[in-house]
Design a protein around this ligand. Sequence first.
Ligand code: SF4
Length: 645
Amino acid sequence: MFGWCGTVLRVDLTRGTLEKKALDTDVAKDFLGGRGLNAKTLFDEVGPGVDPLGPENLLCFATGTLTATTMGLSSRLHVSTLSPYSGIMGDGNVGGTMANVMKRAGYDQIVVKGAAEKPVYMLIDDDEVSIHDAGDLWGLDTWTTTDILVDRHGKGVCVACIGQAGENLVRLASTMVDKYASASRGSGAVWGSKNLKAIVLRGTGRPELFDREGFLALSKEDKQFMAKDRVQQEVASVYGSHYGITHWYPGYRNFEKELPPEEVPEQLRHDAWKEYEIDRVGCQSCHIKCKNLYKIPKGDRKGEIGEGLEYEAVYCLGTNCGVEDPVAIMEMENLCDAYGVDVIAIGNTIALAKDLYNRGIIDDSVTGGLDLSWENAKDQVELVHKTVMREGFGNLIAEGMYSLAKIIGGDAMEYCYHVKGLGRGVYPAGLFTLAHAIATRGADHLRGRSWSCGDNSDEDVLKDLTAKGIITDDPVHSMIHGERVTTLADTIGRCKGAVNTWTCALPLIWKGSLFDGLAEMLTKATGISYTGTMVEEVSDRIGAVERAFNARQGITIVDDMLPQRPDFKHTPEGEKEREAHMALVKAWYKENGYDPETGLPTTETCAHLNITDVADTLAEDGPLKKWDGPLLMDLDAYPKGGKRF
Ligand code: SF4
């Protein structure tokens, strides 16, 4: 095959088998790679009733169709599973080196099922794949594990692994790559449930392209255009995403409000972080280098280096938890990376716990004596340790925000601002909430990319997109384009960090319709004659399959909801706002060819998208148990171990 490697690695850890299978060419053509390949595999093989932490769940890794090519920003890998955090499709997109190395080793996708009897790690050395004992690594953090495996297998290998959070089945645990890059939605706990500690990869080949010279010329053109982008030059390369702290209204104290720029504490403003920065770094094959390398200046972790302190970490661990101490925020970011836990998920869950504590819904008898007053950073740092180790109150935080609210009971759910178990804040009905509501992995700042639909780019590109009717005032139309752009980025392996501006969103978006440039690149790479319309349909197909997957986990139209604060929710204005939101959601269903009453792709839509099997499966499965978060275990039944970091 051209473009793709043509190989899927199937691993069964129960049986200890490794099998290389040919990538189905029709599936590759229709779903491209990355998020698309994983969604198709999960829909086909993980049905209703599967325990996310049971051996029947799958852990899927997929590279993009254009990974390991000369396309810019192409080093992103998609990690997907039935999420133990949310109980629905849980996928994360991770940078670092793994995508390139995996593709250079010759694999489009790795699918892991079953569970090993004892801790193991996998070694992928180009064609050679083997499973090894990981008894000596179990209980170690991701940084130490990575160092040991690089020492053992030689410089130049990529290490993806879990820390103590994944081992202890903490539902907020991430897949960690190269120590600092993470894929979230609880995938780390799935590794832990399979007794899989690490994957070590070395890849020395490169994918064959149908027209290498032609592809090179197009990728050069794309990079030249991208290099002119002002937002990348002046914001992403200089500050990275924590620029947003002063510009994107971060949440404050469990979304009691969003902080306007003038209320952001001096020491947390985007430029204040320069004081701790010692270098700028980025994922492989990315010229933007949006991440900072920082050194902790004082305290218990003085001198420790960390990487990639992003907007999400500063607001989820900081302002939204009431913490305004930059040192404590850096300490918690490092703990999360070393333990392998998602900063957004743990931050949101702790923010909810602090809100409940400060309202008197829970007290010291529940927190085990931890003082969760908003400004108390010290006890919050301790709670991060306890969560990963599943000690005391940390055992409840480890279940995630939705499950925490369920376990506490009473009014707790009123303060759990979530969509499908994931939190992203409280906003009025409109484009932003529409993006959160319809994202298939739960409330999400990276799907739809609502702010991409406005004025953020090269003036000529904007004029052109407006003239073509792509940028409009209509949130529903904007959302359709935004969703397609982000879905396609996830399937070709392009970083969504670049999707902040139309100039960089996808390769050559100024050529023809929005997707003609990408179609041309895919044609040169694969030899399949893609058109802009075909590319659009790939995105629509993936969205439909993901929605169908979630429907089989009990998701219904009521889960495409609008989180509201209780003091507003129970008023006539609150009711009116929910109605306005659902009107937008239904209009979006209609545009997508989904049933307005169920939010599911209709039989006709499935036929048009060449996924009639999806419609058939949905019809066969009949009424399902309504989603109510992930299936939970007895809190005493979880593993609890590992060394504190
Ligand atoms: S923009 Fe940032 S996150 Fe994206 S590929 Fe570049 S360095 Fe990685």
